[in-house]
Design a protein around this ligand. Sequence first.
Ligand SMILES: NC(=O)c1ccc[n+]([C@@H]2O[C@H](COP(=O)([O-])OP(=O)(O)OC[C@H]3O[C@@H](n4cnc5c(N)ncnc54)[C@H](O)[C@@H]3O)[C@@H](O)[C@H]2O)c1
Length: 371
Amino acid sequence: MSKVLVTGGCGYIGSHTLVELLAAGFEPVSIDDNSRSNESILDGVERITGKRVKNYKVDLRDARLTDAVFAEHRDAIAVIHFAAYKTVPESVAKPLLYYDNNINSLLNVLQCTDEFGIPSFIFSSSCSVYGNSKELPVTEATPFGEAECPYARTKQMGEQIIQDFSKVSKTRFVSLRYFNPVGAHPSGEIGEVPIGEPDNLVPRITRTAASNLNLSPNLNLNLNLNLPLLVVHGNDYPTRDGTCIRDYIHVSDIARAHVLAIEYLQKSPVPRPPSLVPHPESIVHSPESRVRTFNLGSGVGTTVLEAIGAFERATGQKLNYRIGPRRPGDVEAIYADNKKAAAELGWQPRFDLDDMMRTAWQWEQTAKGRG
Ligand SMILES: NC(=O)c1ccc[n+]([C@@H]2O[C@H](COP(=O)([O-])OP(=O)(O)OC[C@H]3O[C@@H](n4cnc5c(N)ncnc54)[C@H](O)[C@@H]3O)[C@@H](O)[C@H]2O)c1
């Protein structure tokens, strides 16, 4: 069985990816310090797949400990690097924490990937690299925009570091730019566990609906958060109903794309041997040929009010919300052109918006009983 090292394997997207890797016959090993997750999510992965994934509780900023885990798994055929902090307002309040964690972890993981000659590397990037793009839908060729927050800048920097490193490394790289991953595994066994007050729309929707039904949240990390009312941040944007547009994509679709990306890298030609002295040819070498970048979005823009409508339709729950002022830092509209992922990875989303809302709601209710 081919082994895959998954950093951040206990997180939201990481845990769903463990399920897809196991289903595809890979042997995932997680490295996660659980600073933003709970290892008990691996119980859910086991209930779905019948397999227990080992997690190394290691802070990837610690080069020595990271190296020790890689040394134990030098036979891995790929690394998927999810581990990062991802909360936009927190990154604004604590930029150094974000640069320290997201960049130093990446550097150590790249160093080890190279040291042990692991052939494939997949990086979790984000549509936030595009900033407030005027060009919609955004394609992989759309240039980086001004980063709206330090978190987004860590993703831009991460991609740039990988671009530079790819020129001297034997490893092959894919950067996956996720749009707005939502929903939960259809089994209801795993889903998103936001720490404290959720920042994203769908967890806020489900938490508000749960609060109104007096379903008290009792997940370890969620400390009885009650959200009686959802505030929609602004309805005066130049969009079809005045609210912001996002591209929601089911987390299991995102997870499956990682399996396809590994298979894609396994099939792609080995890059020319690295050289520290750049050959004149490599100067004109397109960066795309060493790092392949893919948008992972549904390709459909959905307004906040449409998302609320989908939640009410899919679950039969009426949502308590009101319109509030705009929130600083919010991008007005963004959605993906996903044709490249379809053409080259053979990736097509399988879940629609109603599925995303239904599974997110199911998880919100199931998770209650588990606490
Ligand atoms: N969820 C989204 O909306 C979204 C969108 C775009 C990109 N991304 C990116 O995808 C990746 C996964 O996101 P997620 O939603 O699963 O986040 P998550 O917070 O659920 O998972 C990240 C995991 O990484 C771990 N981690 C963080 N720093 C670590 C460190 N120094 N050492 C070891 N483990 C560490 C955390 O404990 C957590 O389990 C992140 O890189 C994120 O930036 C997420």
